[in-house]
Design a protein around this ligand. Structure first.
Ligand code: PLP
Length: 287
């Protein structure tokens, strides 16, 4: 099937989509990105992802490429042209093209914007979620501004590769206090021995996941106890359940941490229920 990408104002064939060699995203990772899950051709958690996008851009003083209404239109168009019913739409904005220099171009240049969309086999994803996934731990070695959804993802890429080489789907970063911050591309959660849902607080050096935020609402509505108290790998290994959240994984049960099986090695009831409730809500509110 033909795929199409949006590059700086127009849709082109995916295989022919190119950016300039002096794009600051390419040379300096000077840019940000966002990813929306797509359900039935519609954008999930749309508002939250837009809000975070504007914040990431503002924190880095990158010009907004367009307003929210226009961007919503282009994102939907990317979904439509790629015939995505269920999948992901990826947006990247960089500071733009300029002769290589670490400092910002002066005068400023127009930001570059790229959008791609791809389908996801949700039935396969459900089958995988029903089996549960493994994570490994790696030392936290990222910069201090993980709240910005920057395209500077080398530590995340290396962590993910380490996970893959050990048969795991995700790597959890562990900070100098021995506490889990988050995954390479997801937020980390446990259901502790007392039955509390725990995830790292948003004041820590983590990306404030939009799936995480929506899940907070789902958890409160379900009347489950929640506590933004950090946890160690040992606590997670002794927890009743664990799971990760993100636009790509939604709510994915974790059944093995650094080779240690959690409980009976099967996805727990809380994570399984939260996955169902999150997907239901995301579908209802998708726009
Ligand atoms: C480092 C990191 N943490 C958390 C997340 C989850 O964020 P969201 O739920 O907004 O997809 C991501 C998603 O890409 C991520 O890269």
């Amino acid at each position: 099937m033909s795929r199409f990408a949006y590059v700086n104002g127009r849709f082109v064939r995916h295989g022919e989509a190119v950016v300039h060699i002096e794009d600051r995203g390419y040379q300096l990772a000077d840019g940000v990105y966002e990813v929306w899950a797509v359900f039935d051709g519609k954008l999930a958690d749309a508002e939250g992802h837009f809000t975070r996008l504007w914040r990431s851009l503002d924190e880095l003083r990158i010009t907004h490429p367009m307003g929210q209404a226009a961007l919503t239109f282009v994102l939907r168009e990317a979904v439509r042209r790629n015939k995505v019913r269920d999948g992901l739409v990826y947006l990247q904005v960089t500071r733009g093209v300029a002769r290589r220099d670490h400092a910002f171009p002066n005068p400023g240049v127009a930001p570059s914007m790229v959008i791609t969309a791809k389908s996801v086999d949700r039935e396969l994803a459900e089958r995988k979620a029903a089996q549960g996934a493994s994570v490994i731990s790696v030392p936290e070695n990222r910069w201090g501004r993980c709240d910005i959804k920057s395209i500077g993802l080398l530590p995340n890429a290396l962590a993910k590769q380490a996970a893959r080489e050990r048969g795991a789907v995700e790597a959890w970063f562990v900070d100098e206090l021995g506490l889990v911050t988050e995954g390479a591309s997801s937020n980390a959660w446990i259901v502790d021995a007392e039955g509390n849902l725990r995830t790292r607080d948003a004041n820590a050096n983590i990306l404030r996941g939009i799936t995480r935020s929506t899940l907070f609402e789902v958890i409160r509505e379900a009347g489950l106890p929640i506590n933004e108290k950090p946890f160690t790998i040992a606590e997670a290994q002794g927890a009743r359940e664990a799971f990760v959240t993100g636009a790509g994984t939604l709510v994915l049960p974790i059944v093995n941490i650094d080779g240690v099986k959690l409980g009976d090695g099967l996805p727990g009831p809380v994570a399984t229920r939260l996955r169902r409730l999150y997907i239901q809500r995301a579908k209802e509110k998708a726009v």
